[in-house]
Design a protein around this ligand. Sequence first.
Ligand code: SF4
Length: 455
Amino acid sequence: MTLTEKVMARAAGKSQVEAGENVWVSADILLTHDVCGPGTIGVFKREFGAQAKVWDPRKIVIMPDHYIFTADSKSNRNVDLLRDFAKEQKLPYFYDVIDDPNGQWVFDVNQGPFKRQHGTKYAGVCHTALPQKGHTRPGEVLFGTDSHTCMAGAFNQFATGIGNTDAGFVMGTGKLLLKVPATMHFRLEGKLQPGVMAKDVILHVIGEIGFDGATYRALQFDGPGVASLSMDDRMTVANMAIEAGGKNGIFEFDAQTQAYVDSRCRLNGTKSTYEPVERDRDEKFFYDKVVDLTALEPTVACHPDPGQRKAAKALGHVKLDRAYMGSCTGGKTSDFLEFARLLQGRRVVIDTFGVPATPEVVHDLQTARWGEKTVWQILVDAGVQMTENAGCAACLGGPVDTFGRMNQPLKCISATNRNFPGRMGHKESQVFLASPATVAASALRGKITDPREFI
Ligand code: SF4
């Protein structure tokens, strides 16, 4: 069996499963957020009754993160609905925007978008925050009401996005009927060269198979090249499995996975036991490909979909209006450090927005010092508009007052993960997906630029 089949077989209580088979799978964690949480709760209450209790309060994680720092009252109200539900069900893992359990969330526009407005429990973008808060464990099954839930496959688990109806059912029963996906195998060899990042790996893979090339398939990443990828790198790769239509992405377990998971579970007092899955000799793959990391170059996915792969060096004619750093994919600490490495001592020439994925990333950047300055200050001095209000922000467009949202038909280079028309706001805008290094180099030139020109 492949890694995905092994996790699903175990979660289904079977010794063996095959691609295409339908199995009832037990969930280890159900994740939801402010956009889909209220809908999921509505389905749960409608189907199981107004007084029903969730199947296991310790297995439900609620992380508001999407439409948070906005004056839009309906968006604010969504966070309040989550708070009411968490209180009613006594859910220990609700990462509220505010600290007062009886309060109401209101974003104060008079304070502006830059200074922190959230409380101490707030976790930030769910997919980045989930591992930070100790909720991702090897060998487990994670369901989330968000397509990029697949990011947790970096931790050797089966992680996939589901809709509100399925999530309402999981909330009541802890189970879901799933078809076992066939696995597409990507054996990583070699090592990334300077200026080339994990984002380039996944943009290369999606370019190879197309934005629907892995529809309802598992993407398995393994091989000797994985060892040189950090957990952040693996998260970036697994995150975008869905951008090729994948059901999930999954990595092999190794010492790095173990060190990360163990430390995060310990730090947060979450469940610390788990059983990773290892590769079998008899894996059957639907597709098999070797990816030579050494040969990869800075890559861009052009408008209008993540499969429009081009080399950054071939796009120097594309003039830009804006650069955007952030999201679950491109807003991690390591992403911002690489971004800052190129920007240090230089100045961007186009509007450039920086939105850390989580408050922990904000803290890292505000405390890491390079010489006299913090990394945060280096970015601000380079002209980047940095907000302390970590979250999804303009990655998904959002209400019109969302920080960094494209309210006009602009061209933007972005460290985010999706660029279908209208994704970041205006439906005639164009988004070019790239690594943090390529976003930095392009922000310095005002046109798409290969970051190796600055290295
Ligand atoms: S940062 Fe973007 S891709 Fe990630 S969860 Fe938020 S909206 Fe979705």
